[in-house]
Design a protein around this ligand. Structure first.
Ligand code: SAM
Length: 311
């Protein structure tokens, strides 16, 4: 017990996390190379044409593959991050539900997000005056520019600022009340991203947010990580002082279990009402997100309702 009490919440997440079991494999099936990512007794796989790049940056191992049917694939520390074919679902759902909930999102911060797909979606909102993206690893962005140029097409927008630093530290040092929305588009809760899933980080986010501010964070698979990530995230966000929390769900083939989530928290009061008319009349096209998807994505299956009612 004394041993447990001495551990940080990050360590507890890590010890209880199925990431301990992750074993990546490049294997051959019937003369075809596959990238296989295993997680808690299951696997997802993509047939490969070629390995285009591999390096060990200061922070992590980064690989890029050409796949048979999903375009380019980026892998960080043996975990699939982004493909050209299905990233639109993740990037649209990490951004538009939060941006169409906040009444007037003007100042947005993205922690992580080095592939720039989230940044691109945020820049579509006319209310946004400034977006600061802080990724710890500049190499992710440089490789995205090379292999995912369509995600980086708007990086030169004068409203966008790209910084390369530790997001935990950056948020710690940012002026109080200076941001309307923080989007945490991070890698899994191990390595450099571990601190982004911790109570002190949530407390610093709360401090950085202006009144009415919100945070949205990728919160892994509802099937595999409900108890180890999603429930503790709700608990820690509320413990940090956030007034309300809620999780939204979406499909994503390339992540473990094919089902993913993001968890939102509002600084004070209640979540503002969905700006449905703005979402229906948005001045830009999306491939997955629309006003009906927005309303549907917050519907929780019974097992999650029960789990989160206890948090
Ligand atoms: N959508 C992806 C997923 O869920 O697998 C995440 C994509 S994005 C490439 C994740 C980014 O988080 C990486 O580029 C990584 O460098 C960045 N990252 C990890 N820890 C970080 C930290 N402490 N501060 C800022 N960025 C961080």
């Amino acid at each position: 017990m004394q041993f447990l009490a001495g551990m940080s919440i990050v360590t507890l997440f890590w010890l209880s996390s199925p990431y301990l079991e992750r074993v990546p494999r490049m294997i051959k099936i019937a003369q075809q190379d596959w990238f296989i990512e295993t997680n808690t007794g299951s696997a997802i796989g993509l047939a490969l044409q070629a390995k285009l790049h591999e390096e060990r940056s200061e922070y992590q191992k980064i690989e890029v593959y050409a796949t048979e049917t999903f375009g380019h694939l980026m892998v960080i520390d043996d975990c699939t991050m982004v493909t050209q074919r299905d990233n639109f679902i993740y990037h649209e759902m990490m951004t538009h539900p939060a941006l169409f909930t906040h009444p007037n999102p003007r100042r947005v911060v993205i922690i992580g997000g080095g592939d720039c797909g989230t940044l691109q979606q945020v820049l579509l909102h006319p209310s946004v005056e400034k977006v600061t993206q802080i990724d710890i690893d500049e190499r992710v962005t440089r490789l995205a520019e090379q292999y995912f140029p369509e995600l980086c097409a708007n990086n030169g927008d004068p409203r966008a600022e790209l910084l390369f630093a530790d997001g935990v530290r950056w948020i710690q040092e940012s002026p109080a009340g200076s941001v309307d929305l923080i989007i945490v588009d991070s890698t899994d809760p191990v390595g450099p991203a571990a601190g982004l899933f911790s109570a002190p980080f949530f407390r610093d986010c709360l401090q950085t947010l202006a009144p009415g501010g919100m945070v949205v964070q990728q919160s892994e698979s509802p099937l595999l990580h409900a108890q180890s990530i999603i429930q503790p995230m709700h608990r820690e966000m509320r413990k940090a002082g956030f007034a309300q929390t809620r999780t939204l769900l979406f499909p994503l083939f390339i992540y473990p279990s094919g089902w993913w989530s993001a968890t939102m928290a509002c600084k004070d009061g209640e979540f503002a009402p969905f700006r449905a008319a703005d979402a229906r009349n948005k001045p830009f096209a999306t491939q997955y997100y629309n006003a009906d998807v927005h309303q549907a994505c917050f519907a929780l299956p019974n097992f999650l309702q029960a789990l989160l009612a206890d948090s």
